[in-house]
Design a protein around this ligand. Structure first.
Ligand SMILES: [Zn+2]
Length: 259
């Protein structure tokens, strides 16, 4: 089994919204905002190759948006998913499964190229049933995080809805968490003795390892807090590693770094 961390591209979100109740005088030391109050974030999918499976976790943010949207979210050109697959020498056809942690545009938009062609054409797309229903009828709070054409296009894709935890393969398993949005999927990857946890937006950056540092985007903030605590405990106990999807600098966090 091989594990490939990918860096699809960078984008920007409001620094205040990313840090919830934390005062700017504290968070601006960790994420320096630009002159529009935005901080630079990464979109980092992960690819796991096994002999007959190619499991992609999330697709990044993508670039198939109008110029106003690209400006608001500071979406950078970057390699995109295709560029990253090319870099590691893997054809899109090798992707048999995509685990979409959730359907917010910064996690799913990168599955399409700039002409809105679906990149992992032959893959099965795995989503929690509760999240699919939520994405089709979102709360007013997170409706802006779902992009209509993406959800519409997924209606006709090879979608497989799950109800609760499931195993993708011996090495990859899924745990649903409801804090950030209903039915978000955290992913556990076991590579021999090495356990990698991909918490998605439950812990988006290193700054969010600090328990009360949570995003204003979270639908259930107290659930995020207890899920974060459980994930950190698990990584410490199993001497595993975390891979943080939006961390702009070093995305790998070793168990020894966790308090
Ligand atoms: Zn996100």
């Amino acid at each position: 089994m091989r594990v490939y961390p990918l860096l699809e591209r960078y984008f920007r979100l409001d620094g205040g919204a990313m840090h919830g109740v934390v005062p700017r005088v504290l968070w601006e030391k960790k994420h320096v905002p630009d002159n529009r109050g935005r901080i630079r974030l990464a979109a980092r999918p992960m690819l796991i190759l096994e002999h007959d499976r190619g499991i992609l976790i999330d697709g990044g943010i993508g670039i198939a948006y109008d110029s106003k949207f690209i400006d608001i979210f500071g979406i950078e050109e970057g390699p995109g998913l295709l560029g990253e697959l090319q870099r590691i020498g893997v054809s899109p056809d090798r992707i048999t499964d995509v685990v979409v942690t959730h359907l917010h545009f910064d996690h799913v938009g990168g599955l399409w190229d700039r002409d809105r062609n679906f990149i992992p054409e032959r893959a099965v797309i795995h989503v929690q049933k509760s999240h699919w229903e939520w994405a089709c009828h979102p709360s007013a709070k997170d409706s802006a995080s779902f992009v209509k054409w993406q959800i519409e296009k997924l209606h006709t894709s090879n979608l497989l809805l799950h109800d609760g935890p499931y195993d993708m393969s011996g090495a990859v398993s899924i745990i649903p968490l409801d804090g950030h949005t209903r039915g978000l999927q955290a992913v556990i990857v076991k590579d021999g003795n090495d356990e990698i946890v991909y918490p998605s937006d439950t812990i988006p950056t290193r700054a969010h390892l600090n328990l009360p540092w949570a995003m204003a985007y979270d639908n259930e903030p107290l659930t995020v807090l207890s899920d974060k605590e459980a994930i950190i405990k698990r990584v410490r106990e199993n001497a595993g590693r975390l891979f943080l999807e939006h961390e702009p600098h070093e995305p790998w966090v070793e168990a020894s770094e966790l308090k």
